[in-house]
Structures are given as structure tokens and as C-alpha cells.
Design a protein around this ligand. Structure first.
Ligand code: SAH
Length: 346
């Protein structure tokens, strides 16, 4: 059995031709899969016999809403989705002035081990398929009745640790016959898998690359992000420059402000010196406190001072506005709460 929603239109055409079907059937099926999201029986413009043979050879992946929390402050919706095999992932639907954005997961769990992140606490369960990434967008659109205009790959998991499926997702999501999102409205966030950043640069896609830097030097970075033991900050910044040269896209650096750890004025200076002259934007994120870790969020004053110091080096930085502050905030928290809840129940 094959996951039909993960097939590109070209692959679907080949498959349908092999079944002795005319090519246009592939387009009809593709539109159903990426549009209304019906089962094979609901594909009313296909002959019954074809629907039955599809049923015998393919399955359609989807995600089910397990729980959902709606922010009373800004209407942000946080979903906990259940996958076909009982794993859970999270997704967040955010309303901005310029449109709706969905933050999707690329893996169930994560094996990167960043010390401040809740998604990685229990390791990696498995990679998500391209269809499961698409389904998170479709489910949010279905549930809210609103269109999604942007996607950020910043939920659970490390996208570049699931490279093949993420690339497939990027091809599928931008297909005009399907969801049809322009790559310019998609951001991919990585903790810095240097080899795969270079590989992605070679694909020359117009997506925005967000790099979770979080520290300006190797020593500090190693103390909060295990990936820093594999690649140095120098190697990471080199790969970022390569990405910029190949795509012409400005890199966005994420920098979590952890009180007394990453938010000091001297670290702002060090970061400013390192990034000076790079075409980039720095996103400062006051760390979301998770109960398993003792990290405390930086104060607003420390965050503002950090912005001002970076400006002295010609670096533009903004402090990320917190959407959905009243619902589980940091990555992986909702799944964790769900697990704790079901454990108590059991
Ligand atoms: N694995 C990818 C994408 C998922 S995490 C990555 O590392 O970039 C998305 C962003 O949220 C990353 O910048 C990550 O470092 C950050 N993040 C994770 N936990 C956080 C927390 N508790 N507070 C603030 N930012 C957090």
C-alpha cells in the first residue's frame, strides 16, 4: 500500500498510466487529495471501478484533532493532532494582520536535544510523511474555515533531519493544483545541520531559512544545544552565507533570550561582531519556560537592551511577539501535558 497524498502530480500520472488510466485522472485525484480532503469514495468524478482499485492500492493519510486550545487574547489556535499510529504532534494556527500562518511539525518528537525545548524531552519517535505535514494545514483550514497564507516549519522536530520528506512537502504544498502556497511564504527553521543547509542551498528554493543560533560562540552554544558539538558557529555561518548566495534570501537568526545565560550585554556585542555585514535579521525569543528545565525568560528590559546593542552593529533585531500566551506556549508542551494527563488517567 502506498501513501497517495505524498505523491507528486507527476508520480501520480505515472501510476495512473500504469493502471491503464488516462492522465487527466491523476489531476482529478490530486485536486481531491489536496483540496476537499475526501476519501476515495467521495471522489465523485471518478468511475466506481477506479475508486475501488485505488482503495486496494493506496491509503490517504490525515491527522485527527485530539485537543484544541483557542487563545482568548488573540485567537491563536493550538492543535494536538493524533496520527494514524497513535503518535501525537502539535500545530499552531496564528492570525496576523497580513493573513493566517500555520506552524507545523515535521517529526513526532525530536532527537536534537536542545536543553530549553520540550519537543525533544522524550527523543524522536518518527519522521512525518509529506502527507502528514500537508494534513496539518488542511485540518487547520477545515477547522477554522479560513485560508492559510503562510507556513512555518517550526513546530515539533528538526526539518533538516527529515530532509527527503520535507523537500517532498515543499514541492507538494506549492503545486498550483493543490494548496498552491508560494515558497516565499514558507519558512524553515533548523537548529543548524550544516551539511543539509548546504544541500538545501543547492535546491535554490525561495523559502526563508531560519537558523536557531541562540549563542554567539561555541562554548555557550554547546552548553545549550548538542548539535553545536558537531558543527562550530563558524561552519554554521559559512553555510548560511552559502544559502544566501545561492538563493538571494536573507537569513533569519533565532536567538532565545535566557535570563543570565544568553541575554547579557557582552553576548549582544559578541553576536553583533559575528553577524556584522551579514544580510540577516535576528528574531529574539524570550525563552518559554518549561517545567522540566530551570531556564528563566529574559526581562523585557534586557530584551530591549539587546536589540539596541545589536543595532550598533547594523543588525536589525525584533523581539518576537508572543501569540497565544494564555495557551500552552513552548514547543512540545501540549503533547507533554496530554501525556501527563493520559498517564494520570491510566
Ligand atoms: N528544530 C528546528 C525547528 C523547531 S523549534 C529548530 O531548532 O530550529 C522552533 C524554534 O523554537 C527554534 O528556534 C527553537 O530553538 C525554539 N524553541 C524551542 N524551545 C523553545 C523555548 N522553550 N523557548 C523559546 N524558543 C524555543
Amino acid at each position: 500500500m502506498t501513501d497517495i497524498k505524498s505523491l507528486t502530480l507527476a508520480e501520480l500520472e505515472t501510476a495512473l498510466c500504469a493502471m491503464g488510466q488516462p492522465k487527466y485522472r491523476a489531476l482529478q485525484i490530486f485536486r481531491w487529495l489536496h483540496g476537499a480532503g475526501v476519501g476515495f469514495e467521495g471522489m465523485t468524478n471518478l468511475p466506481k471501478a477506479l475508486r475501488e482499485s485505488l482503495e486496494g492500492e493506496y491509503f490517504i493519510r490525515d491527522v485527527q484533532i485530539e485537543t484544541k486550545q483557542v487563545s482568548k487574547i488573540d485567537g491563536t489556535v493550538k492543535y494536538l493532532y493524533r496520527l494514524y499510529d497513535g503518535e501525537y504532534i502539535e500545530s499552531v494556527f496564528m492570525r496576523y494582520k497580513h493573513g493566517n500562518t500555520v506552524c507545523i511539525s515535521t517529526q513526532a518528537g525530536c532527537r536534537m536535544g536542545c536543553r530549553f525545548c520540550a519537543s525533544t524531552l522524550r527523543g524522536l519517535k518518527r519522521n512525518l510523511s509529506a502527507s502528514e505535514m500537508l494534513s496539518q494545514i488542511q485540518a487547520a483550514e477545515r477547522d477554522t474555515g479560513e485560508k492559510v497564507g503562510g507556513v512555518v516549519l517550526m513546530g515539533m522536530g528538526e526539518p533538516l533531519d527529515n530532509y527527503g520528506n520535507v523537500l517532498r512537502f515543499l514541492t507538494l504544498v506549492s503545486d498550483k493544483n493543490g494548496i498552491g502556497l508560494s515558497h516565499r511564504h514558507i519558512s524553515l527553521s533548523t537548529c543548524g545541520l550544516v551539511d543539509n543547509i548546504r544541500r538545501l542551498a543547492g535546491e535554490k528554493l525561495q523559502i526563508t531559512l531560519s537558523v536557531s543560533l541562540h549563542a554567539p560562540n561555541d562554548e555557550l552554544r554547546r552548553s545549550i544545544m548538542p548539535i553545536a558539538n558537531r558543527y562550530t558557529v563558524d561552519e554554521l555561518l559559512d553555510a548560511c552565507r552559502e544559502y544566501e548566495d545561492a538563493t538571494g534570501r536573507r537569513i533569519s537568526f533565532e536567538y532565545a533570550l535566557i535570563s543570565g545565560v544568553t541575554d547579557t550585554p557582552s553576548l549582544a556585542d559578541e553576536l553583533g561582531r559575528r553577524l556584522k555585514g551579514t544580510l540577516c535579521h535576528v528574531n529574539l525569543i524570550p525563552v518559554n519556560e518549561i517545567k522540566e528545565r530551570r531556564y528563566k525568560s529574559a526581562t523585557r528590559a534586557a530584551a530591549d537592551a539587546f536589540v539596541r546593542r545589536l543595532a550598533e552593529y547594523g543588525i536589525t533585531a525584533t523581539v518576537r511577539r508572543r501569540l497565544g500566551a494564555d495557551i500552552s506556549a513552548a514547543c512540545g508542551q501540549l503533547r507533554d501535558e496530554h501525556d501527563a494527563y493520559t498517564k494520570e488517567e491510566g
